[in-house]
Design a binder for this molecule. Structure first.
Ligand code: DGY
Length: 314
């Protein structure tokens, strides 16, 4: 019997699906991720590993596996896996792009609108009993989204989905990415993007070139009236530099779905700032999308173990 390890809490019906397909399944069943030791111990004689972004799959883990054929991740991001090392050991990698594009682009727009129109601040004001004045023309003034400039950094699937949404808001869209793309948006260099954008959205993956891409220098180049939106990976942003920029008025606001450390702690000074909207890494968190991610990642796992074509392979 072939053996697969699932190193995060996967929906029960997909565990059953794997068993029904004839696999021995060793599955972690807690929201707290397993230790490295647990993965190493169980992966030893496994044919496949289904992991998520909370599992760091490094050389040590890969070396512990004696007959692993595939690592399938329940995510589009793969910065938690030493991909090159796995590939050098002929281990295939599956991931879940496409199925989460729309859900993530929707959340990015939700964040953009929320921070521009002060939605969360307004909600907090009412709940804390501080809504104590009648309507006046200057109360809770936010920033108009319609007709503004959206600057997208990275033009992959999510970037393209953002372009579509931005058209509905009559926005001018500019973008910067490694190469020019066929897309209804204007390619500009990074400095131009930062100088002209009212909203800067990060749609890049985390790799050595994007780590702390948003630093003091980057933020200083943005308009003082601009907002930063990040639902990619927390480590793309130097949170210390962002906090200082938000406190000093270098930029107007930020909306973040991802953090340098997750879960982020109450000591994170970003939490204290009014001009920041925060969500807990929920870009792909809709019922429909998470089901599709489960299906794709399980099918990738099975195909990888059986030496067949995966749905999405790196
Ligand atoms: C991913 O898939 O990489 C997201 O961060 C979580 O859905």
């Amino acid at each position: 019997m072939q053996k697969v390890v699932v190193s995060f809490r996967l929906f029960k019906e997909w565990i059953e699906f794997l068993k029904d397909n004839g696999f021995e399944v060793i599955a972690w069943d807690s929201s707290v991720p397993p230790s490295k030791e647990w993965i190493k111990e169980n992966i030893k004689d496994a044919d496949g590993l289904l992991c998520s972004l909370v599992n760091r799959i490094d050389r040590e883990i890969i070396d512990a596996a004696e007959r692993l054929k595939v690592i399938s991740t329940f995510s589009v991001g793969f910065d938690h896996i030493d991909v090159n090392y796995a590939k050098s050991k002929k281990i295939r990698i599956g991931y879940t792009p496409e199925v989460l594009t729309d859900a993530t682009a929707d959340l990015i727009f939700a964040l953009l609108l929320a921070v521009a129109r002060r939605v969360v601040e307004g909600d907090k004001l009412i709940r804390s009993g501080r809504w104590n004045q009648p309507w006046t023309p200057d109360f809770m003034i936010g920033t108009e989204v319609n007709g503004k400039v959206l600057g997208i950094i990275g033009m992959g699937r999510i970037g393209r989905a953002l372009v579509k949404r931005a058209k509905g808001f009559n926005m001018r869209v500019i973008y910067n990415s490694r190469t020019k793309k066929e897309v209804e948006a204007e390619f500009v260099d990074l400095d131009t993007l930062l100088r002209e954008s009212d909203f800067v959205v990060l749609a890049v993956d985390l790799n050595p070139t994007t780590y702390h891409m948003v630093n003091r220098d980057f933020l200083n180049k943005m308009k003082r009236s601009a907002f930063l939106i990040n639902a990619s990976r927390g480590k793309v942003v130097d949170e210390k530099a962002l906090t200082e920029a938000l406190q000093s008025g270098t930029i107007r606001g930020a909306a973040l779905d991802v953090f340098e450390e997750e879960p982020t702690s109450l000591d994170n000074p970003l939490i204290k700032l009014e001009n920041v909207v925060l969500t807990p890494h929920i870009g792909s968190a809709t019922f429909e999308t998470r089901q599709k991610m489960a299906e794709v990642s399980v099918k990738n796992l099975i195909a990888g173990v059986r030496g067949e074509k995966m749905v999405f392979e790196l």
